[in-house]
Design a protein around this ligand. Sequence first.
Ligand code: ZN
Length: 271
Amino acid sequence: MLFPLRDFRRLLGVLVMLLMVGSLSAGVTTYKVKSGDTLYRIALAHKTSVSALKSLNGIKDERKLQVGQILKLSASSRSGSSSSSSKSAPYARVGVGKRIVIDPGHGGRDKGAIWGGVRESDLNMKVCRELETILKGRGYSTVMTRRSDTFVSLTQRAAIANRYRNAIFVSVHFNATRETWVKGAETYYAGAAGRSLATAIHGEMLRRLELRNRGVRLARFTVLMQTRCPAVLVECGYISNSKERRRCATTSYCQTAAMAIAEGIRKYRWR
Ligand code: ZN
């Protein structure tokens, strides 16, 4: 189609304006590093995570932060952008207003399963810390039911989740059985909303960790029954199976498990 030159210029003007509005609404802001700043403090002040800042700015060693250095922050959560497919900030709006209660199973006097020197409660914590970092980087508010090797009862864990509205509860475990040939992942739920969350997480676990599918299962576990929000319990693998235990005990496995859970949460349709 042919346009008169005048119309073409007008069209060009509109296009430039649209592009400007687009880049503004993407909400990418910057921060000038001040004396005494640490990446952790900057991340905290701007509701992002250290790992998000590092990857956004290509920082390998966070101790080498320079005063006056300009850092890109993650896209603003108040961004009015309607484009959620933007590659630079795909998670900018996903988690706003949502609370993820992360529950590292066992701890303290309750060590969970112990096989071949590998303690379940330690692995649970490893996965949960990774999960917390990923989710914070994506704009979710998170709560951990424990942060150290301490005992927290199942009722207390559910009570922590019940403090929040618009929350989901994710309990992280590794499994064990005397039948040492058994391996794979199981994800448990107690209610209908929990079931769809469990299905979303379980699918990602199987795909990303190439685990044997032991199913999404209904279970009347205390921690699921006493929680009012959608709640799931993820069994990330069997540490009683020597081959699977060797995989589970690696940092990369725990990181991938955390990423799988985070992706399941992203795919879950919040009510
Ligand atoms: Zn457990």
